[in-house]
Ligand binder design. Structure first.
Ligand code: KG4
Ligand code: ZN
Length: 338
């Protein structure tokens, strides 16, 4: 293997982004993401439409990823793909494509867990975290505190018992009649709002677990009551509502991260997943890091939300350990990974 360059082709199709990336020796050469616009008019991802869009997108996205990387398909050494979790139809498209491609090229297939890949997105660019590393992974479907002992040695210390943090952002955005996807819109509006104007409950679960269903219900009842008094309440207070909700969600996330960092005495701390693109969370983590003497790690924006580069980097570490997958492997909508 000395002197030989390892190229991994990676496919991500767990939700509504069709993505392909080419990785050379752990470096991203290309990372193409086709965002499916078809869901906008429905205010959320429609699973059947997502599967169909993946089928249309996957071949051109892979072609462009190879071209941009300037890598011939015959120079690919392994194909990595998202095996779980996600929408089953969407996962199936990526899995079938990856299996067929690997078989046609006669190279190994590598199954990747999407949440592990979100954590390993930290190892795409410098500065890379040192182990042990604590990662708060916050996405549309998951909220987890993950202890990383090594690249492929991780433990989920706590997670949400109901909604994910991204789901809370998206559902509140829907109540406020903001366009889909809601999280980035709430973030944008919150930047000019007063985070302390409205108070929402901060849940405190056992250990390192989270709960976000309470804030969702609290915001719903709050808006119903205020709208009875003033029909234009939402329009007139939009920025303050967004800032107050975002402040509360960030507070719940940071409480558990701080607790885990203190109890485990870990100083290398990061955030990952779609919600780690949130400007308020990024700023709060930086500030907390300065206060607590942490080394803080925040992925570049393009590696926070779903992307194939993170699948590729995970695939690369699995390739180095010879962790290959049988062609008979099936994707699964829900699966634990530690
Ligand atoms: O990781 P991701 O792209 O997909 C999943 O694996 O779920 O995360 C998507 C989630 C959505 O809930 C989206 O609203 C949220 O990440 N999100 C944000 C921001 N950007 C994406 N939430 C708050 N602020 C943002 N800037
Ligand atoms: Zn994700």
């Amino acid at each position: 293997m000395t002197g030989k360059k390892v190229h991994i082709l990676a496919i991500e199709s767990s939700c509504d982004e069709t993505s392909a990336a080419v990785i050379r020796d752990g470096k991203v050469l290309s990372n193409l993401i086709a965002t499916q616009k078809v869901h906008e008019r429905y205010g959320g991802v429609v699973p059947e439409l997502a599967s169909r869009a993946h089928m249309q997108n996957i071949v051109p996205v892979v072609d462009v990823a190879l071209k941009e990387a300037d890598v011939n398909k015959h120079d690919i050494h392994a194909v990595a793909f998202t095996q779980a979790p996600g929408l089953i139809g969407s996962l199936l498209v990526g899995a079938c494509f990856a299996k067929a491609y690997a078989q046609a090229l006669d190279v190994p297939l590598i199954a990747v867990h999407h949440m592990q890949a979100h954590v390993l997105a930290h190892f795409i660019d410098e500065p890379r975290p040192k182990f042990p590393f604590l990662c708060l992974t916050v996405s549309g479907g998951h909220t987890q505190v993950v202890l990383c002992r090594d690249y492929l040695d991780m433990e989920v210390l706590g997670e949400t018992v109901d909604d994910a943090a991204g789901e809370a952002f998206d559902k509140v955005a829907k109540m406020l009649e903001l366009p889909y996807p809601g999280g980035p819109m709430v973030d944008k509006l919150a930047q000019d709002g007063d985070p302390l104007r409205f108070k929402f409950p901060v849940s405190d679960m056992d250990g390192y677990d989270f709960s976000f269903s309470g804030i969702k219900t609290a915001v719903l009842y709050f808006l119903q009551a205020e709208k009875k008094k003033d029909a234009d309440f939402v329009t007139n207070n939009m920025k303050d509502i967004c800032a107050s909700v975002q402040y509360t969600i960030i507070k719940m996330l940071m409480n558990k991260l701080r607790k885990a960092a203190a109890e485990l005495d870990i100083k290398h701390i990061g955030i990952a997943g779609g919600v780690s693109a949130n400007s308020g969370l990024r700023k709060t983590l930086q500030e907390e890091g300065e206060k607590c003497g942490w080394n803080v790690y925040i992925p570049a924006f393009q590696y926070c939300t779903d992307n194939a580069a993170m699948i590729g980097i995970t695939g690369y570490y699995k390739y180095l350990k010879g962790e290959f997958t049988d062609l008979g492997v099936s994707p699964t909508a829900r699966a634990s990974w530690t």
